[in-house]
Write a protein that binds this ligand. Structure first.
Ligand code: IFM
Length: 718
């Protein structure tokens, strides 16, 4: 179960397929659009960190110049799935190596038949390198012509980000010639260079077509029935974020691979090393097995391996959705996979937050608070890039206000939580002292200053916020927010004590840098000890002030449905009901499980589960719901939720996979297997497991690293 496979070409699902056939290497990703193009395709390559801002809209990851174009002509007729006759079509993504293969048998309008095999991968060995091969097996005599291009004329769904600078043909002594294309983002001014080289079975003499913005190399080869011809297109991509001389670097990198086989061999080896670190096997359930591998693959291809100035967008690097912006999706949903299997990547992602601390401090200050309030949506600088208005989904002529950037304060605690989790799992004290502690202190400082004293309750609280459940905005004392804030403040105290006792000098340097004194630490603990939480005697927690007074709804009454309850009720009205977009109290109980009794978790599970929009609410919900179901020992119920997450992209369950991979759901799929069904928990005292496998699973095996040592856990089924 390593292959994601498609056996028919269905134009109406091309955007979904482009998403799931995304390939990448942590530097860039390319959607699975066809090399020769197809009407209405959403072809895109996203390079980490290449953001551009646009007037009126928000900063977004710019769809890079297109490296894919490879047009094939059979006796002068252009190969295209929009014309001629398609006899067979098959596409495979091999998750073991990131190799995407498409096999097509096709007859041109004039009757030339051939089998064409396109293969491509984004090299892990050299992250600047992209490799594409096309083999043509003609069933005719004559010629096969290949026209390979780079194309600067790309946009983000109509918004143009690129200015063409230059292009040129370069003779290379003793090797194939190379062409380059040089461009710059319009507003952020990031210089991006691409270089292309064609390699054939025999030495090639390609012709250069100097089309402005679309430099093209053409090769015409004699064709005879039954004899395959092939071409390999190597492309190197570099930007001014990597070097001061992107063109020179691209020209050098593109000449390095000797041929396709050598590049592919290196690719297999590099991926093998990744899989050795993180492999999960589920025996007895092929669909779940493929889904968990697919999820891990898609997160790995989006994860910056060598760059700590970027994060992973909610839609990874695989689509236009959310403009490449990073949310809490990274820290709470995706990061655990990296923390447990590839800590170097986890560190890069957390360091992005460390490097954007000043932007978070500025956001807090602007709102009148201290410490670090991280952007709800974050791009290059860490400044808030959440759009304030978006088209209303019920009437696109109107605008709807987006409140997350103003109200979702829990993001700061989510980041602190991920820092602490990284530290627990890796034991990386040096990093904790260098970066992690500052993140935890500055977020704690924010929660201390954002807390308001409520005289009537004799407690601190957070008014006018938005928790994970986005069906309810402008609420007071969202339980998730209050619990995570309390945790953040308490943890800051513990980290400060640990630093003072084990690294006193470094502690005093950091405290002096941040202006932290004993009084402030004491105040944090005072706030933490007095944060309001409404808990009933059975442990049931009210999601926010007066939630229990809102109208109760039996979601069963709305079945069958194919829309979210937000759409059914309307944005404003949804606020009035006890219906959740995604787990909120339960989410906090999962993250802070040690703070709750089994009875309290059960009471909240029983109350909130039937009130949650599992099918069309947030895609972030099902995996967490699955973990909580495991915590209350309901593995079969957990499995239903788990499969909703597992199918979000592979089956396009929510009809929006075309916008890009649901990165949080993918991370949640891994967590549901490891933390849910496997019951892994890591604490100061080590790690434990509590298997709760669905009845049909014959065996579950997973790997993770604890304090630098790989652990392999295996559980037989019942
Ligand atoms: O971060 C999420 C949020 O929790 C729900 N709406 C989508 C965002 C991006 O995935």
């Amino acid at each position: 179960m390593w292959i994601v496979n498609e056996t028919n070409f269905t134009p109406s699902s091309q955007h979904h397929k482009e998403t799931i056939f995304t390939i990448g290497n942590g530097y860039l990703s390319t959607r699975g659009a066809l090399e020769e193009g197809f009407p209405g395709d959403r072809r895109a390559t996203f390079v980490h960190g290449v953001f551009d801002d646009v007037p009126v809209s928000v900063t977004e990851l710019a769809n890079a110049p297109d490296w894919l174009p490879l047009h094939v002509f059979l006796n002068g007729e252009r190969f295209s799935l929009a014309t001629g006759q398609l006899h067979s079509f098959e596409r495979d993504l091999d998750l073991r190596s990131g190799l995407l293969t498409r096999r097509v048998r096709w007859t041109s309008p004039q009757g030339c038949t051939a089998t064409l095999v396109f293969e491509r991968f984004a090299s892990l060995e050299d992250e600047h390198l992209l490799c594409l091969r096309c083999q043509v097996l003609p069933e005719f005599d004559g010629s096969v012509e290949f026209r390979a291009s780079l194309n600067v004329n790309m946009d983000n769904e109509g918004i143009v980000h690129w200015t063409h600078i230059d292009q040129r043909f370069h003779e290379v002594s003793g090797a194939e010639p190379v062409v380059h294309l040089s461009s710059r983002t319009r507003n952020s001014g990031i210089h991006l260079a691409m270089a292309m080289r064609l390699v054939g079975a025999a030495p090639l003499q390609p012709e250069f077509w100097d089309v402005p913005g679309v430099p093209t190399l053409c090769v015409s080869l004699p064709a005879s029935r039954g004899n395959a011809v092939e071409i390999t297109k190597f492309v190197a991509v570099t930007t001014a974020r990597d070097t001061t001389q992107p063109v020179e670097m691209a020209l050098e990198r593109v000449t390095l691979p000797a041929n396709w086989d050598q590049a592919l061999h290196a690719q297999h080896q590099a991926w093998q090393q990744i899989w050795d670190r993180m492999e999960v096997t589920i025996e007895g359930d092929d669909e779940a097995q493929l889904a968990v591998r697919f999820s891990m693959f898609q997160l790995q291809v989006a994860a910056p391996r060598h760059d700590n100035r970027v994060n992973i967008g909610a839609k990874t690097l695989s689509g236009f959705g959310y403009h490449g912006h990073a949310f809490w999706d990274t820290e709470i949903f995706m990061l655990p996979l990296f923390t447990c299997t590839s800590p170097r990547i986890a560190r890069n992602l957390l360091e992005y937050r460390y490097l954007t601390l000043d932007a978070a401090r500025a956001k807090a200050k602007e709102a009148g608070f201290r410490g670090a309030w991280f952007a709800w949506e974050s791009a290059d600088s860490g400044a808030e890039v959440t759009p304030t208005w978006v088209p209303d989904f019920r009437d696109r002529k109107k605008l709807a206000r987006v409140w997350t950037g103003d109200l979702a304060i829990h993001i700061s605690a989510d980041i602190a939580y991920a820092v602490r989790q990284y530290w627990l799992v890796t034991g990386d004290d040096d990093w904790m002292i260098a970066c992690g502690a500052e993140l935890i202190f500055e977020t704690a400082r924010f929660f201390a200053s954002r807390a308001g004293w409520d005289e009537s309750r004799n407690a601190y609280g957070y008014k006018d916020v938005l928790g994970p459940d986005e069906y309810h905005d402008h609420v007071d004392n969202n339980a998730y927010t209050n619990l995570l804030a309390r945790w953040n403040l308490t943890t800051a105290g513990q980290v400060a004590e640990w630093m003072q006792s084990s690294h006193p000098h470094k502690a005093s340097v950091l405290f002096a840098k941040l202006g932290l004194e004993e009084d402030e630490f004491r105040h944090w603990q005072h706030v933490a000890a007095n944060i309001f939480l409404h808990v009933r005697s059975n442990g049931l927690i009210e999601q926010f002030d007066h939630f229990f007074e809102r109208t109760d709804v039996n979601l069963e009454d709305y079945e069958p449905r194919s829309r979210s309850m937000h759409v059914i009720f309307g944005i404003q009205a949804a606020n009035e009901y006890q219906v959740l977009k995604q787990p909120d109290v339960l989410m906090a109980q999962y993250l802070l499980h040690d703070a709750f009794s089994a009875a309290s978790i059960q009471a909240n599970y029983d109350y909130y589960t039937p009130r949650t929009d599992h099918t069309y609410g947030s895609s972030l919900g099902p995996s967490i719901q699955a973990i909580i179901a495991c915590m209350v020992n309901k593995p079969e119920e957990a499995y239903e939720h788990f499969m909703r997450a597992a199918r979000a992209d592979l089956r396009d369950e929510r009809s929006n996979a075309g916008d890009g991979i649901h990165g949080a759901s993918a991370g949640g799929v891994w967590q549901a297997v490891v933390f849910g069904f496997g019951g892994l928990r890591v604490s100061e005292n080590g790690w434990t497991t509590q298997p709760r496998l669905p009845a049909h699973w014959k065996r579950l095996t997973f790997r993770f690293f604890h304090r630098g040592r790989q652990q392999v856990v295996t559980f037989p089924g019942k």
